[in-house]
Write a protein that binds this ligand. Sequence first.
Ligand code: FES
Ligand SMILES: [Fe+2]
Length: 425
Amino acid sequence: MLNAEKNRILTEVGPDTPMGGLLRRYWMPIAGTSEFTEEQTIKAIRLLGEDLVLYRDFGGRYGLIDRNCSHRRADLSYGFVEEHGLRCNYHGWLFGENGACLSQPYEDVAHPDNRSRERVRIKAYPVQEKGGLLWAYMGPQPEPLLPDYEAFSRPNGFVQIVISELPCNWFQCQENSIDPVHFEWIHNNWNIRQQGKRGPYSAEHREVDFEEFEHGFTYKRVRGDASKEDDPLWNIGRVCLWPNALYTGSHFEWRVPVDDENTLSICWTYTRVPRESEPYRQDVIPTWHGPIRDRDGRWISSHIMNQDFVGWVGQGVIADRTLENLGASDRGIAMIRKRYFEDLETIAAGGDPKGIIRDPALNHCIDLPNVYAQKMKEGASLETMLNDPIARRHLEDYIWQAGQPPEVKAAYLSAMGVPASRGAE
Ligand code: FES
Ligand SMILES: [Fe+2]
């Protein structure tokens, strides 16, 4: 249980709030690079309670600037890009990715000596590209390094990015990153019940454990009669990645705050192609938007992350932690809450919070705990994958989220060397 004040501190993300300050000290994934094309150059986006616009100009530069023009506040998501910068559609002021005003058409022509545009700036945040994602940094300078996780340079794989906007606070989503027991219920057993069966239920969690490491926490589990010794889910575990993600080895899930009441879920999934399809080089990492409601307005509950979403939105727009009752299964949740509060103290004392990387020598191909590391290194033949029930499911369906567009599925099956008719089975 948390008191109301602590709950407020953990969940507020605006520019002048403690957690807003903490989250702004990290690079946040905010979009897929493949969302931007010759025709699609501008995206209105709200992040950490700030209305912004993300664009790619004709020169290929990405910019993230204030949604409202510095002249008289017109909406820049209706502007248009130029070779360099984004131009307001109202009176043509042009802004660059560093916030400089590059042109004020009337002033430049009629009063060039005034050089008035040199006195104007617009709010602008740095953007970088990595892993098919666009990342923003909204914190104080000097900016830290954008983490170079090993997964981003993995060869021979098909990567896809799925984005959904959830109507709830980011922190209840992040608490799911250190919650082993939910898997047994909201995924395994609810699947059984959604199939119309009353049981038997899946293997019970016998023991869970949580450990802190440099880039976050790991959670470990043993279920049913599995032996601890050779269970990677006990020996290696999954990663609650600091400060706002889950990493399972095959995929990342970031929970990026839109504002106090909405969260951008950004999922990045890697699937290694069968050995027969190697070497494989992916030209474009597709980005698609996952629906969260069905036609009746109910939450979709067929896929793993959709099931998680049902859990999170069900906790309320901002979960009231004064009413909760934590058990032994929630020890990890208590640990991360404590760690965020310690980070807030570190920041108040002028230090860097957990996991910030500033030394380039430490930012090369960062290995995170990964239960699939060995399998991913070795690869497998198509036949082996089709004979393994889990690998086969991944080949035939995108199990994480509902709504994969047919063209992404077709590209995936083609990368895997699976005939399209097989994927539809
Ligand atoms: S409001 Fe943007 S140029 Fe005038
Ligand atoms: Fe889950």
